[in-house]
Design a protein around this ligand. Sequence first.
Ligand code: ZN
Length: 440
Amino acid sequence: MSNQQYYSAKYIVENSKTIHKNSVLVINEGFVVDIISLETFAEKKSKNFTELGDVIISPGFTNAHSHVALNSVKGLGYGNASALYDVMWGIEPALDEELVYKLSLLGMMDAISSGTTSINDHYFFAESVARACETIGIRGFIGHTIMTEYGPWTGEEQITLAKSFNKNWANSKTVHPVVAPHETSTVSPKVLKELNSYARENNLLTHIHLAQTQKEMDFIRANYNTSPIKHAYNLQILNEQVIAAHCNVVEDGDLDLLAESGAFPIFCPTTHGIGGKPMNTNYLSKLNVDWGIGTDCSGGNDDYDMFEEMRTALVLNNSVAKYNFIKPKDIFRKASEENISRISGGIFSGTLSKNQKADFITISTNTPRMQPLHDVINNIVMCASSKEVKDVYIDGECIVKDSKFQNIDEEIILEEGTNAINTLFTKTGFDKKIFDGDFS
Ligand SMILES: [Zn+2]
């Protein structure tokens, strides 16, 4: 029992409905053991006791759809329907292992600073993304992007790399491999079906983009005379083990089929809002479909801040709601509990209840943004920002203490990340394009 760690705080959010005041969170070997009242706590003299003070201990957030290494095209894609094809795909052929590693660390620093403890990430060179997860300490549900038809990295080799990635990381404590076909038009029906069987056989979840652009819709209509969601449904590749990002370019009947399939649709509020095509969260809620929240990446959304995404999700949903208004507590439950519960296939709960993973953050309460504090969860969702995030613990390990990263040198990551972006832009001619004003 000597390995137990004790953290006292003014408020401990066990889950979206239960808050403990003046209490102690007990952790052992990366798991929550208990939450006990500070008054009855007998180990105040223990060297393992840390008084965190006037803070909120809260479960960390899970970003249900990200590409942390795709942070290089900030400011270049706003509202541009072809941002994916012209901006993101424009630089991606020049990626390599080291560039993705360095860019991943930069994106992860942004995510962790704003209270994210887990990411569900879809990208090329997944080995490098996973390596970055281990370096910085974030929990990663990581998939190696597979494209077979068109895109920056296509071909059989990508399937081989994805499968070896899944094998290599099967036993990691904080990296959880997933199967990641890119999208319905960039992957052939044959490979989509094969990957669906492979995921089932290996008990892995699938993370896919679905119905995300008009180009995808036009391609599927031209080639299969249907919509992307109906195409995926007809191929029988949608089920409860599928995380489907976007689902915002749809036609009649699509969302009903999605609901029937049990797949988990991910709302990316900033990307969808800027592009003028939000996922129809109201209709999905009416169909009793749980939906998650993710940031996506630069080119659509230029940061990995889940505070911003939570608030934007709430505003976009309620701005067009008829009967399905949602409250800050619903959004908090999605970002902390539902996202990770679905992307982990029910293994993680995103709460700080007994025997759950010790993935948590501390949020300062004595700041102008957080006072007055009448309702802890409402303030987290409606007031808190990355500035209020003080500490971050993942798998029981302290990753950030007093806003300072513990496992990495922030200045070096920033410098190497910036150098990686410069290399990428020189290799692709993007430096000249920016100079010529091609994206303004
Ligand atoms: Zn995406």
